[in-house]
Design a protein around this ligand. Structure first.
Ligand code: AHR
Length: 326
C-alpha cells in the first residue's frame, strides 16, 4: 500500500472511531451527536381527562424539544408498565420516565434500569421504595396537600352549620399514590370535628363509568348523603349522572368536592353541579423534557420537584373556563 493510501485508510478509521464514540456519549445539549435523545415513557393509561391532557403535554413537549419519544400505554396495569420499562432497557433508551400505576413493587425493574445505567424520572405519581437512588427525580403534585385542601374546604363550608355531615368518598385506583394520599390528606383535615362522618368509601378507579356505578350503589345503600368527595373529576362527573338519575340535584342536595380542575368539571361547576375543585396540573411535558436532558448529561437535579397548583370555587372556574387548556 502506498504512503498516501495508508494515510487515507488511517484518516477514515479515525472518523469511524470518533463517530462510534460520540454515538454512545452525550453532548452538552443533552442530545446524542448522531441523533436525538431517546426517552422511553410508560404512561398509566387513558383513564381520565387529566391523563389525556398529560399524554398530550408529554408528546407535544418531546416534539418541541427535539426528543425521540417511545410511548407506551399500560392500560392501568402494573405488569404492562414493567414490561414497557424492560423493553426500554433492552432498546438502550437514554432516559426512562414513568407515572407508576401503583406505589409499590418497582424495586426489581428499577434496579435493572440502574444496572444498565439508564436514569429514571418519576412523573406525576410516586413510588414507596426505601431506595431513593433508584430514580433521579420525581416531578409531580403533592397529593396529600390536595386531599387536605378538599377537607379544609369542607370544614369551612359547614363551619356554621350544626348536625352530622355524611360524606361518601370515591377513591382513585387502589394502591396508587393519589388515592392513598388524597384519602389521608382529607381525613387529616376533617378529623378535628366529629360531625364529619365518612359513611362509605370505595374505589371508582379514576374513571367516569366506575364513578357512576359506585355512586349508584352509595345512593341505594345510604339513607342520607350530604357530601361527595371524589378523588378526581372524571369520577365526580360519572357520579353527577347517577345523582341526577336518582332525582337529586348535584351541588345542592349533595355537595361535591373534587380534584383535577379539567374543563368538563369547570363546565359542571358553572352549572352549579360541583362546589369546589382542587387543581392537579397535568401539563408536565416541558419540565419533563428539560429534566431528561439534564439527567442524560449527568447534571444535578432536585430529587423532588412539586408542581404549583390552586383551587377553584364555581365563580373562579366559570371565569377560567374560556381559557382553560385541558
Ligand atoms: O395521578 C393523577 C391522577 O390520575 C389524576 O387526578 C387522575 O385524574 C388521573 O387518572
Amino acid at each position: 500500500m502506498s504512503k498516501r493510501a495508508a494515510a487515507a485508510v488511517l484518516a477514515g478509521a479515525m472518523i469511524v472511531g470518533l463517530s462510534a464514540c460520540s454515538s454512545t456519549g452525550g453532548s452538552s445539549d443533552g442530545k446524542k451527536s448522531n441523533g436525538k435523545l431517546v426517552l422511553g415513557f410508560a404512561q398509566v393509561g387513558a383513564e381520565s381527562g387529566w391523563r389525556t391532557a398529560n399524554t398530550k403535554s408529554v408528546q407535544e413537549a418531546a416534539k418541541k424539544a427535539g426528543i425521540t419519544l417511545k410511548f407506551s400505554d399500560a392500560q392501568q396495569k402494573q405488569e404492562n408498565q414493567i414490561k414497557a420499562i424492560r423493553s426500554f432497557i433492552q432498546q438502550k433508551v437514554d432516559v426512562i420516565a414513568f407515572s407508576p400505576v401503583v406505589e409499590s413493587g418497582w424495586d426489581t425493574v428499577l434496579k435493572e434500569a440502574k444496572a444498565a445505567h439508564i436514569p429514571v424520572i418519576l412523573t406525576d405519581r410516586a413510588i414507596d421504595s426505601a431506595d431513593t437512588s433508584l430514580y433521579a427525580t420525581f416531578l409531580g403534585s403533592d397529593f396529600v396537600e390536595e386531599g387536605k385542601k378538599a377537607g379544609d374546604w369542607l370544614v369551612k363550608e359547614y363551619q356554621a352549620k350544626p348536625g352530622e355531615v355524611n360524606v361518601v368518598q370515591l377513591e382513585g385506583t387502589t394502591g396508587s399514590a393519589p388515592a392513598n394520599d388524597r384519602k389521608s390528606g382529607f381525613a387529616d383535615a376533617i378529623k378535628g370535628d366529629p360531625k364529619f362522618k365518612v359513611v362509605a368509601s370505595q374505589t371508582g378507579d379514576f374513571t367516569r363509568a366506575k364513578g357512576k356505578e359506585v355512586m349508584q350503589a352509595f345512593l341505594k345503600a345510604q339513607p342520607k348523603i350530604d357530601v361527595l368527595y371524589a378523588h378526581n373529576d372524571d369520577m365526580a362527573l360519572g357520579a353527577i349522572q347517577a345523582i341526577e338519575e336518582a332525582g337529586k340535584k348535584p351541588g345542592t342536595d349533595i355537595k361535591i368536592v373534587s380534584v383535577d380542575g379539567v374543563k368538563d368539571a369547570f363546565t359542571a361547576m358553572s352549572q352549579g353541579k360541583i362546589n369546589f375543585d382542587v387543581e392537579c396540573n397535568p401539563l408536565l411535558g416541558d419540565q419533563l423534557m428539560e429534566l431528561a436532558k439534564k439527567v442524560k448529561n449527568g447534571e444535578s437535579v432536585e430529587h423532588r420537584i412539586k408542581t404549583v397548583e390552586g383551587t377553584f370555587t364555581p365563580e373562579q372556574a366559570t371565569a377560567a373556563l374560556p381559557t382553560r387548556q385541558y
